[in-house]
Design a binder for this molecule. Structure first.
Ligand code: HEM
Length: 130
């Protein structure tokens, strides 16, 4: 099995974890399990970016934006945005868990956006593997 396939399997499992995490909060109202699933997915996703960087020098390639295809640049821009959204989701999620619900509004706004973007990162990854 080549490295691209291994990365895509991990990416699919991360997405599955995230969608399950949203399911348990929206349908089961289980915030502890939601936090565990999302936290695991976020950490795993950051580790996945590190794996791709170490084996393929992804950051170096991404920096050559003018020479890269449009779909690769869109994929990279969405993936970077996802990492920033993870910081917002992790920070607001931990505050809510501690009982401070002032950021719940933002958690609810950025949550669906994060999920949609991460799903698009997965699908666009099929067009950028070389
Ligand atoms: C990409 C990551 C995440 C997404 C997409 C996400 C999405 C959501 C959504 C859709 C809700 C339901 C809001 C509602 O009631 O309508 C929610 C609630 C919640 N999230 Fe997250 N979340 C993420 C990460 C996290 C993390 C990392 C934590 C904790 C460390 C966390 C803690 C919570 C808590 C405690 C609630 C329950 C709020 C309540 O009691 O009503 N979330 N999240």
């Amino acid at each position: 099995m080549d490295s691209a396939t291994i990365f895509q399997i991990q990416s699919a499992l991360i997405l599955l974890l995230m969608h399950s995490g949203v399911y348990v909060i929206l349908r089961k109202r289980n915030s502890q399990l939601h936090a565990k699933l999302m936290g695991t997915a976020i950490i795993w996703d950051v580790l996945l970016v590190l794996q791709i960087q170490l084996t393929r020098g992804a950051v170096g390639k991404a920096m050559e934006a003018p020479q890269n295809s449009m779909i690769l640049n869109i994929h990279v821009a969405m993936a970077i945005t996802c990492v920033f959204l993870y910081l917002i989701m992790g920070y607001s999620g931990m505050k809510i868990l501690k009982g401070d619900r002032s950021l719940l509004k933002w958690h609810k706004i950025f949550g669906p956006l994060t999920l949609i973007l991460r799903t698009l990162v997965f699908f666009t990854s099929f067009f950028v593997v070389s």
